[in-house]
Write a protein that binds this ligand. Structure first.
Ligand SMILES: Nc1ncnc2c1ncn2[C@@H]1O[C@H](COP(=O)(O)OP(=O)(O)OP(=O)(O)O)[C@@H](O)[C@H]1O
Length: 275
């Protein structure tokens, strides 16, 4: 478990000769073992936050602390899952897992890497696909391997950027439940920063939801999700409190979307003003 502290994170990108402020003084404290989701309109800077916390990108100003230590680059204390699976295409499911485990634990007995890879394949129900290459697996199966890899590396922090965004709705449900079960039964509960566009997904998974607004990206509101764990999606969706929170989230996001649209339409269009 770890705390994550985002302190006044701003990010300015150079874009077509001018500067674009993607994030403006984002502050967020994430508690030990907490599951927090970032939700907000496209382009509000959710992925940029994941990049900054993972250490792949340095902020223009501000800093991230993990357990009070500043992030200066990528590290084994953070595991990531992205929407695009990020598996090595020339390795089988087993080899992808084994490679990651070996890379993270180079000094251990090599036989233990095999056993560990087999164990995690089984945990996500893919032992029969041990020798399959990623291009022969469905999107859901590939994402199961990515998740197994993240759990097998045993980092303190999980960073997940729309991990289920490319999946159909049934696969998405399966993956959400799989993630919840693996996460809640871990001895040391991981601290999770999760990006999603899906309000129901955020409500099912999160302890808190941070709503972002665009241009530049900021955290507009942070909402506590009061439902006890373990959560059951069948009963959760029928609770009046769930419906009220969902309605609130949707109205905030909808306002953001309309504001964004207004801003776009105010910008001059090359060749004249729209009628
Ligand atoms: N490398 C880059 N160079 C220039 N601009 C960038 C770069 N990366 C991101 N941006 C800009 O920063 C802003 C935030 O991008 P980001 O990808 O973090 O948004 P997002 O909220 O994750 O969007 P989405 O939900 O569509 O994935 C956008 O306006 C984007 O165009």
């Amino acid at each position: 478990m770890a705390t994550i502290e985002l302190q006044d994170i701003s990010m300015v990108f150079g874009l077509n000769g001018s500067n674009h402020e993607a994030l403006n003084k984002v502050c967020l404290h994430i508690r030990e073992g907490e599951f927090i989701s970032l939700i907000g309109p496209s382009g509000c800077g959710k992925s940029t936050i994941i990049d900054v916390v993972s250490g792949l990108r340095a902020p223009t100003t501000g800093r991230v602390l993990i357990d009070d230590q500043p992030v200066t680059g990528p590290g084994t204390d953070r595991g990531t899952v992205f929407q695009d699976y990020s598996l090595f295409p020339w390795m089988t499911a087993f080899e992808n897992l084994r490679f990651a485990i070996e890379h993270a634990n180079g000094k251990r007995d090599p036989d233990s890497f095999d056993a560990e890879a087999e164990r995690f394949l089984k945990l996500v129900g893919l032992e029969k696909f041990r020798n399959a290459y990623p291009n022969t697996l469905s999107g859901g199966m590939r994402q199961r391997i990515s998740i197994a890899r993240m759990f097998s590396l045993d980092p303190k922090v999980f960073l997940m950027d729309e991990p289920f965004g490319a999946l159909d709705s049934l696969n998405r449900i399966y993956m959400q439940d799989l993630l919840l079960r693996l996460w809640t039964r871990g001895e040391k509960r991981k601290t999770v920063l999760f990006v999603t566009h899906d309000v129901d997904e955020a409500l099912l998974l999160s302890d808190r939801i941070a709503i972002m607004s665009p241009s530049p990206g900021r955290i507009k509101e942070v909402i506590e999700i009061p439902f006890e764990r373990p959560r059951c999606r069948k009963t959760l969706g029928a609770q009046p409190e769930y419906l009220a929170l969902k309605s609130h989230l949707l109205s905030v996001l909808y306002c953001e979307m309309l504001d964004d649209l207004d801003r776009q339409l105010e910008e001059p269009v090359a060749g004249g003003t729209p009628a």
